[in-house]
Ligand binder design. Structure first.
Ligand code: IMP
Ligand code: MG
Length: 182
């Protein structure tokens, strides 16, 4: 049987640690949005598992929506120029919007995306990221909610990919360097 574990150098965040942290984040976010309706926006594809688990850990009234973006760049680095493959369905003017993203790296993608969404004049706009690599930041942006601050290493799993693969790995791991040096 194919074993994706073999491609990993090590596990950075186990599925148990991820689940425990998301439960805490869900509680915190639910307190912060208490009494408000929220549009929770999943940024496809990387945020798919995080979004699914986080929204189920939240108790506030929410609408879910999905945005599919693809950023130009090489397979491990973004250029910050984002192409929208699928836009949001609901209007967000005057509404509270929470963006749910897998990781903030250079910050260029979310910087661009927040600029785009701010132009639609939401009542508030916040960002929840499972992972944050602050060392890599190239612009003045940081997530409002962070699952884990991680070192400057390329990670996959729990939605994060390398060239489209490994999103189904249930933990966050570091791929063996030979996998992308090939
Ligand atoms: P940023 O624009 O540099 O902040 O990059 C954001 C996007 O780059 C994320 O949504 C991911 O798709 C991708 N990315 C950045 N770091 C990693 C990583 O370590 N593993 C997988 N994807 C990553
Ligand atoms: Mg992504």
């Amino acid at each position: 049987m194919t074993d994706l574990n073999k491609d990993m150098e090590r596990v950075l965040l186990s599925k148990e640690r991820i689940a425990a942290r998301i439960a805490e984040m869900g509680k915190q976010i639910s307190e912060d949005y208490d009494g408000k309706d929220v549009v929770v926006l999943c940024i496809l594809k990387g945020a798919v598992h995080f979004f699914s688990d986080l929204t189920r850990a939240m108790t506030c009234r929410m609408e879910m929506d999905f945005m599919s973006i693809s950023s130009y760049g090489n397979s491990r680095q973004t250029s910050g120029v984002v192409r929208i493959m699928k836009d949001i369905d609901v209007g967000i003017t005057g509404r509270h919007v929470l963006i749910v993203e897998d990781i903030m790296d250079s910050g260029l993608t979310l910087n661009y995306l927040t600029m785009l969404l701010q132009a639609r004049e939401p009542a508030s706009l916040r960002i929840a990221c499972l992972l944050d690599k602050p060392e890599r930041r190239e612009c003045a942006i940081s997530p409002d909610y962070v699952g884990f601050i991680i070192p400057n290493e390329f990670v996959v799993g729990y939605g994060l990919d390398f060239e489209g693969f490994y999103r189904n790995v249930p933990y966050v791991g570091v791929v063996k360097p030979e996998m992308y040096q090939k």
